[in-house]
Design a protein around this ligand. Structure first.
Ligand SMILES: NC(=O)c1ccc[n+]([C@@H]2O[C@H](COP(=O)([O-])OP(=O)(O)OC[C@H]3O[C@@H](n4cnc5c(N)ncnc54)[C@H](OP(=O)(O)O)[C@@H]3O)[C@@H](O)[C@H]2O)c1
Length: 285
C-alpha cells in the first residue's frame, strides 16, 4: 500500500504519519515548502515521482478560523481551489482522495445530531471555504472519502488543551465558553480510523467521525485540568462574552452512526481519549 500525505506538519497529519509508518505503509509526505496546493504546477512537480500510489491524504488547510473572516480569499484559495486541484490530480492518476472537513459546515442552531445528509449552512467563512472544498471533490471524483471532524487536539500543534493549560498555569482564574456543544477528538484516534479505512475499504463518501460522548468547552476544560491536578478558578461564560471574529455553532454535534454502524473501528469516549493523550503529552509550557 502506498500513500501520499499532504500537510505533514499539521496537527493531524503528524499523527497520521506516525500511525501509518509504524504499520509499514509506504508514505510520500509533503509540507507546504514542498507542495503549495494552490498551484497546479507545484502539485504536478511535487508529485512527479508519485506513480502508482493508492491514496492521497490531504491534511493541508487554512485553519485560522477567525482570520478566515478577514482573509476569505486566502481561505478559498487553500480550502477550495487547492482541494479542487488535488482532486484533479487524483482523478488523472487514479488515486483515492481522503480529505478532512468540519462541523462548521452546519449552522448548529438546532439541538440535533447532524448526519452526513443534513443540509449544510456554514456558520462562518472558514466553514464556507471548507464546504466549497467538499463540493469540488464531489464534482470531480467518485473515489473519495471526506471525514468531517471536530474539536481536534493531540501531541502536535496548537489547540485548546495546550492553550488552556498554559493560561491556567499563568492565572488564578480563567473563563471558558459553556454554550457550545461538541466532541473533543484526539488526532491519534482519527489516525487509527484512517489506518482502518485503508485496511478495509468501506464505501466511498462523506463520514462524520468524532469521539463518543459530547460536552462543552467548559466541561472539557474542567475535566483535563482536574486530571492534571492544576488548581485554577474556572468561570463558565457565554460565547457572547468573547469577541471572536467568527461565529461558532452552538450545537455542532455530529452523528457518527454511519461510521460506527460499519463496525470497523470504534472511537474512544472523549474522556478515555483525553486520559490517554495526557499520558503521552510532554509539551505543556
Ligand atoms: N483543528 C481542528 O480542530 C479541526 C476541526 C475540524 C476540521 N479540521 C480539519 O482537519 C484537517 C487538519 O487540521 P489541523 O488542525 O491538523 O491543521 P493544522 O495543524 O492547522 O495544519 C494545516 C496545514 O496546512 C498546511 N497548508 C496551509 N496552506 C497550504 C498550502 N497552500 N499548501 C500546502 N499546505 C498548506 C500547513 O503546512 P505547513 O505547516 O507545511 O506550512 C499546515 O501544516 C484540516 O482539513 C482541517 O480543516 C480541523
Amino acid at each position: 500500500m502506498k500513500v501520499i500525505l499532504i500537510g505533514n506538519r499539521s496537527m493531524l497529519g503528524q499523527d497520521i504519519f506516525k500511525v501509518l509508518s509504524s504499520n509499514n505503509i509506504s508514505i510520500a509526505d509533503f509540507s507546504s515548502d514542498q507542495i503549495d496546493i494552490t498551484s497546479e504546477e507545484s502539485i504536478k512537480q511535487g508529485l512527479i515521482n508519485c506513480e502508482n500510489y493508492d491514496y492521497l491524504i490531504n491534511c493541508a488547510a487554512y485553519t485560522k478560523v477567525d482570520l478566515c473572516e478577514k482573509e476569505f480569499d486566502l481561505a478559498l484559495d487553500v480550502n477550495s481551489k487547492g482541494v479542487h486541484l488535488l482532486a484533479n490530480w487524483c482523478f488523472s492518476h487514479n488515486v483515492i482522495l481522503m480529505h478532512f472537513s468540519t462541523d462548521y459546515v452546519f449552522n448548529g442552531k438546532q439541538n440535533v445530531f447532524h448526519s452526513e445528509d443534513c443540509d449544510c449552512d456554514p456558520i462562518n467563512k472558514y466553514g464556507l471555504s471548507k464546504l466549497r472544498g467538499e463540493q469540488a471533490i464531489k464534482t470531480r471524483l467518485e473515489r473519495y472519502y471526506i471525514f468531517r471532524v471536530q474539536w481536534l487536539y493531540g501531541c502536535f500543534g496548537h489547540h485548546f488543551v495546550r492553550a488552556i493549560v498554559s493560561k491556567a498555569k499563568q492565572n488564578d482564574s480563567i473563563s471558558i465558553v459553556n454554550d457550545q456543544w461538541g466532541s473533543p477528538t484526539w488526532t491519534l484516534d482519527i489516525a487509527n480510523m484512517i489506518k482502518c479505512v485503508i485496511d478495509t475499504s468501506p464505501s466511498y463518501g462523506v463520514y462524520h467521525f468524532r469521539s463518543f460522548g459530547t460536552t462543552t468547552w467548559y466541561e472539557f476544560g474542567c475535566y483535563f485540568l482536574k486530571q492534571l491536578g492544576i488548581q485554577v478558578n474556572i468561570t463558565p461564560v457565554s460565547s457572547n462574552d468573547f469577541s471572536a471574529l467568527a461565529k461558532r455553532p452552538s450545537y455542532g454535534c455530529l452523528s457518527i452512526e454511519k461510521w460506527t454502524s460499519l463496525n470497523l473501528y470504534q472511537p474512544f469516549h472523549w474522556q478515555t481519549a483525553v486520559n490517554s493523550y495526557l499520558e503521552l503529552e510532554n509539551n505543556f509550557e
